[in-house]
Design a binder for this molecule. Structure first.
Ligand code: HEC
Length: 132
């Protein structure tokens, strides 16, 4: 009785150990895909939008904050006031270049005469995209 149990046990072990042929090549492929994904997400800083970059490089930050009124209105408040369309982008780009006063209060915005119209439009369209 004891002997036959032992034999059965051995047969079971032998069966279990010879399964899974060829699983190692699949594993190498998965490792490769994971590598590519990591290098893509490491490039995040360059994913900044052109308008956002221009605003970040200019003096806007001294008077404007994305979500809070500083000296000028918050960008999200500007976005809430003006729907993002060609007419508003055109109009606000002019305000950024020539300066403005009286729409939000008595404090004026300084002109930015060195900005090109195209750059000012990129900046404004980024601002108008920042809905709350
Ligand atoms: C000296 C401070 C100051 C700086 C620098 C400044 N702003 Fe302003 N900004 C203001 C103030 C104050 C207002 C509100 C003006 C008003 O009431 O008409 C304003 C208003 C605005 C408006 C809304 C205009 C309107 O007619 O509703 C936009 C868009 C804007 N700023 C974008 C910018 C951008 C882009 C820059 C950077 C190139 C910038 N601002 C730099 C102070 C500033």
């Amino acid at each position: 009785m004891k002997k036959s149990l032992l034999i059965l046990g051995c047969v079971g072990l032998a069966l279990a150990s010879c399964g899974n042929p060829g699983s190692s090549s699949t594993q190498t492929e998965t490792a490769k895909t994971a590598d590519t994904e990591t290098s893509v997400s490491a490039e995040k800083p360059s994913a900044m939008l052109p308008g956002e970059k221009l605003v970040a490089m200019s003096d806007c930050i001294g008077c404007h904050n994305k979500t809070q009124k500083v000296i000028g209105p918050a960008y999200v408040d500007i976005a809430a006031k003006y729907p993002s369309n060609e007419k508003n982008i055109e109009k606000l780009a002019d305000v950024v270049i020539k300066g403005g006063k009286g729409t939000w209060g008595e404090i004026p915005m300084t002109p930015h005469a060195s900005l090109s119209k195209d750059d000012a439009k990129l900046m404004v369209s980024w601002i108008l995209s920042l809905k709350k």
